[in-house]
Write a protein that binds this ligand. Structure first.
Ligand SMILES: [Zn+2]
Ligand SMILES: [Zn+2]
Length: 216
């Protein structure tokens, strides 16, 4: 039986009518999940194509995985908005796109003043068949030696510059936020205590509770 070959055309952009948003290759999008109870899938659009009459628009996508969708599952250090860039590619109807979103680098995510619904971050590539991550090593912090979870408050030691979770140093988050200076147990020698007491004005106006990554 002869099969007619449909010529497909690459489009520079496509406007999804239901959301009135224009999507281009390179954009990150939310796509309707197969089960309505599940959160939207997140993907990066690699190519948009239609049939030669401009209909039947399809998007070539590369999926982002949520931590719970990975083989190892969600770990304590995974942020609530964390995604992994997978090697899993697919072709989907453009009409399953239900929104656009931004997948930030880890660094730019931690610098956001406010995290909106459409803000995510990605620090790992993920191999969907082996479950392996790239990079496979990350900096760890605190006494608990955990990678940084941007959802968690951390305080920085002025001695060694390591970052600590308040709960790991027997502090409540409220106490940690009120700190002007912090020296971890290892750094709290007599010298540092003297130095601390001698400060008429704080050396640092505020304790840093922002994120910092440090390789060990
Ligand atoms: Zn800790
Ligand atoms: Zn220290």
């Amino acid at each position: 039986m002869a099969k007619t070959r449909t010529n497909r055309r690459t489009l520079d952009s496509y406007t999804v009518k239901s959301i009135n948003k224009t999507v281009r290759a390179g954009d990150c999008v939310l796509m309707r999940a197969s089960e309505s109870s599940k959160p939207s899938y997140v993907a990066r659009v690699e190519k948009i194509e239609s049939d030669n009459r401009g209909g039947n628009v399809r998007v070539h996508v590369r999926w982002y995985y949520r931590p719970e969708e990975s083989i190892g599952g969600r770990r304590q250090f995974h942020g609530s908005k964390e995604l992994f860039m997978s090697d899993h590619r697919d072709i989907q109807s453009a009409d399953t796109i239900e929104g656009k979103c931004t997948v930030h680098t880890f660094k730019s995510y931690t610098k956001l003043d406010a995290v909106g619904n459409e803000d995510f971050f990605c620090r790992f590539d993920y191999n969907s068949s082996t479950g392996a991550f790239n990079p496979d090593r990350v900096a760890v912090y605190c006494k608990c030696e955990m990678p940084y979870n941007p959802d968690d408050l951390m305080v920085q030691c002025e001695g060694c510059s390591d970052w600590f979770h308040p709960t790991c140093i027997d502090m409540t988050p409220e106490e940690a936020k009120r700190l002007d200076h912090f020296f971890c147990q290892n750094c709290s020698s007599e010298d540092q205590k003297k130095l601390l007491n001698s400060h008429a004005t704080p050396r640092h106006a505020d304790i840093k509770v922002e994120s910092k990554r440090r390789r060990r």
